[in-house]
Design a binder for this molecule. Structure first.
Ligand code: MG
Length: 169
């Protein structure tokens, strides 16, 4: 039993905010605007996981209208989302992601981002990959007004004998 999930998110880039990808801060003159810390990759991954398990989307779980999620650490939100996936009897097989932004370059931070996501999800970094793309200077991504993340994940059913260990109370 396997399930595929996809997630996508986009945030405006503005001065005075941190630029976070999967819990890793990249040095840059702008960062993601958002009610939470704005980590576009953590949000896309959360939606992919929740979607694969047909549970909810991130906006339902952590509404932007709720003061408790103001400036929230998106890795914490990701962990909470994945806990719900585990409790529903599914676990991550692998995750593949694309981040589109004209700047900064993702490649120097790729291994740190993979490790950060892997640690949050309790899997090895070999289960996670992340690629950076520019937008060829086109549109709001190409002019540095926004950053976008896409994520695809595969889940497998947790064998019944392991369900308590993975998601029990
Ligand atoms: Mg978001």
């Amino acid at each position: 039993m396997i399930r595929v999930g996809m997630g996508r998110d986009l945030h405006r880039l503005v001065e005075g905010r941190r630029f976070l990808l999967g819990g890793v801060e990249l040095p840059f003159e702008k960062g993601e605007l958002g009610h939470s810390d704005g980590d576009v990759l953590a949000h896309a991954v959360s939606d992919a996981l929740l979607g694969a398990a047909a549970l909810a989307d991130i906006g339902e779980l952590f509404p932007p209208s709720a003061p408790e999620w103001k400036d929230a650490d998106s890795l914490t939100l990701l962990k909470r989302a994945y806990q719900k996936v585990l409790e529903a009897g599914w676990r991550l097989v692998n995750l593949d992601c694309v981040v589109s932004a004209e700047k900064p370059r993702l490649l120097p931070y790729r291994e740190a981002i993979r490790s950060s996501l892997a640690s949050a999800l309790g899997v090895g970094p070999e289960a996670i990959f992340v690629k950076g793309k520019t937008n060829e200077g086109l549109g709001p991504l190409g002019t540095g007004e926004a950053v976008e993340a896409l994520a695809v994940c595969l889940l497998e059913k947790i064998p019944a004998s392991n369900t308590d260990a993975a998601g029990g109370t």
